[in-house]
Unconditional design. Structure first.
Length: 326
């Protein structure tokens, strides 16, 4: 029986790693670790290949703007690993270029990616290791990865506070000169004439009350054209949640993906979904002037009533901070 092999080594040549803040372009080859804070599904380029964007952060940076962006160009017929946002990545032999004054990584022929579970206490074993493959995990690797797990557990959500501020609810999406970032669950896909492809998304599953007004679920359709249509059809999965970046909005219910658009799959525990999928979040005690609406299972407003203990998850509704009571 063929088994995968993980070797633990002390003083390996692969143990020469650079913190993300200390990466300075240009460099032909560096190695580093980081938490995956963004990982886009493939999108077509102007040539014959596809582009995947990976963003890594570690303890040396405090925002996504300071994190390391890695551009991975790959031919459409090649299999791309399904990395998960939040997991730990070790990348070796990464080329570093300068882009708009910042360091930007580029995958080259010798670049190798390994990812490790984000969960504190899990074995430090590469997740993508297949039968017959061999990987070296040094003791320094283990120390770095365990430290990143602890740091990410307490700080990961901070990298998405800016996103929470400008991602608009679908019910407030209107045409304008600037493209918008949208979050939604794909509930329908369809082929369009001329080889185009469309997905319909919702950012809430059931009606909810907001400031005593009943907000019904809204469906928004995003169209993909030309080469982007075939790539989107292959990589966007029904019933999964995604962030759609830089969507040109044509009407309150429809928009188009552009050459600047990126699509990122979001797992249920992603910070952007805590108000939608009721993922685990630390308890937050609302301030004394917070308005709380309590809704029964049949969506009828229940007032007045006495509340002695609540768990509330903050989310952004327009420019107003609101709390959903769990």
């Amino acid at each position: 029986e063929t088994k995968m092999s993980v070797e633990v080594r002390v003083g390996s040549i692969m143990s020469q790693y650079v913190r993300i803040r200390d990466i300075v372009p240009p460099q032909n080859s560096i190695s580093t670790h980081g938490v995956i804070v963004d990982y886009s599904v493939p999108k077509p380029t102007g040539g014959s290949d596809n582009l995947i964007r990976i963003v890594l952060a570690d303890q040396s940076v405090s925002s996504k703007q300071d994190a390391l962006m890695i551009m991975w160009f790959s031919f459409p017929h090649l299999e791309i690993p399904q990395f998960r946002i939040g997991d730990i990545m070790r990348v070796e032999n990464l080329k570093i270029n300068s882009h708009l004054g910042a360091a930007q990584g580029a995958k080259i022929k010798d670049t190798v990616f390994y990812t490790f579970s984000k969960k504190v206490g899990d074995p430090v074993v590469p997740l993508q290791l297949k039968a017959g493959e061999r990987a070296v995990v040094s003791k320094l690797d283990t120390q770095i990865i365990e430290a990143l797990r602890l740091w990410a557990r307490d700080n990961f959500a901070l990298f998405f506070t800016t996103d929470l501020g400008y991602i608009r609810p679908l019910s407030e999406t209107h045409p304008g000169p600037q493209p918008l970032d949208l979050v939604g669950q794909v509930h329908h896909t369809m082929d369009l004439p001329g080889g185009s492809f469309a997905v319909s998304i919702r950012d809430q599953i059931v009606p909810v009350y907001s400031n005593f007004n009943l907000i019904q679920p809204v469906s928004f359709t995003i169209n993909f054209y030309d080469k982007y249509a075939a790539v989107a059809k292959k990589n966007i999965i029904l019933n999964e949640w995604y962030k759609f970046q830089a969507i040109g909005v044509k009407s309150p219910v429809e928009g188009d993906a552009t050459n600047k658009s990126y699509v990122t799959r979001l797992l249920p525990d992603h910070p952007l979904l805590c108000n939608r999928t009721l993922c685990e979040a630390p308890p937050v005690i609302p301030s004394s002037n917070t308005q709380i609406s309590v809704v029964s299972d049949n969506h009828k407003l229940l007032l007045p009533m006495s509340i002695t203990e609540i768990k509330a998850v903050p989310y952004i509704e327009g420019k107003q901070e609101t709390f959903r009571v769990l």
